[in-house]
Design a protein around this ligand. Structure first.
Ligand code: 4NP
Length: 145
């Protein structure tokens, strides 16, 4: 799960998908990262922690990190939250095999529409929408992959 800062959107995506995997008895490995290192080592944003809490989800164990080149080999699927994250990821790929792993996350729920999960960092009101969008995308991931 990849966004820009790895403090708002992708920590929610990681937490939501991990819970769904437990509920569906699947033992896939899930991690999240940012295309930037702006918040390296930081907890998720307070507003993401609060919205996760509202859905009885605890994401306080997560710490921000930057995407590593080896992630593109290690993981089978890499989900970008928006088109900017998608382009930044494609730009660090070495080959078509890596490129083929990268997908805009909302395309799992609504194929081919290239819908962005909006960056909620600069406002205060986007977090519930982000949660609901990611919940829908993660539900599709669990059942389609
Ligand atoms: P995220 O949100 O990519 O969903 O974690 C952001 C976090 C930090 C910044 C931008 C977006 N920032 O510019 O520091």
């Amino acid at each position: 799960m990849v966004c820009l800062g790895n403090i708002c959107r992708s920590p929610l995506a990681e937490g939501i998908l991990k819970r769904k995997l437990i509920e569906n008895a699947k033992d896939w490995e899930v991690d999240s990262a940012g295309t930037s290192a702006y918040h390296q080592g930081a907890l998720p944003d307070d507003r993401s922690i609060v919205i996760a809490d509202a859905y009885q989800l605890d994401i306080r164990d997560q710490r921000s990190r930057k995407v590593r080149p080896e992630d593109l080999n290690y993981f089978d699927h890499i989900f970008a939250m928006d088109s900017s994250n998608y382009q930044d990821l494609v730009a660090i790929c070495n080959d078509d095999h890596q490129r083929a792993k990268i997908m805009m996350i909302m395309n799992m729920a609504e194929p081919n529409l290239n819908i962005n999960v909006p960056d909620p960092y600069w406002g205060n009101d986007g977090f519930d929408l982000v949660y609901k969008m990611l919940d829908k995308a993660c539900e599709a991931i669990v059942h389609k992959l």
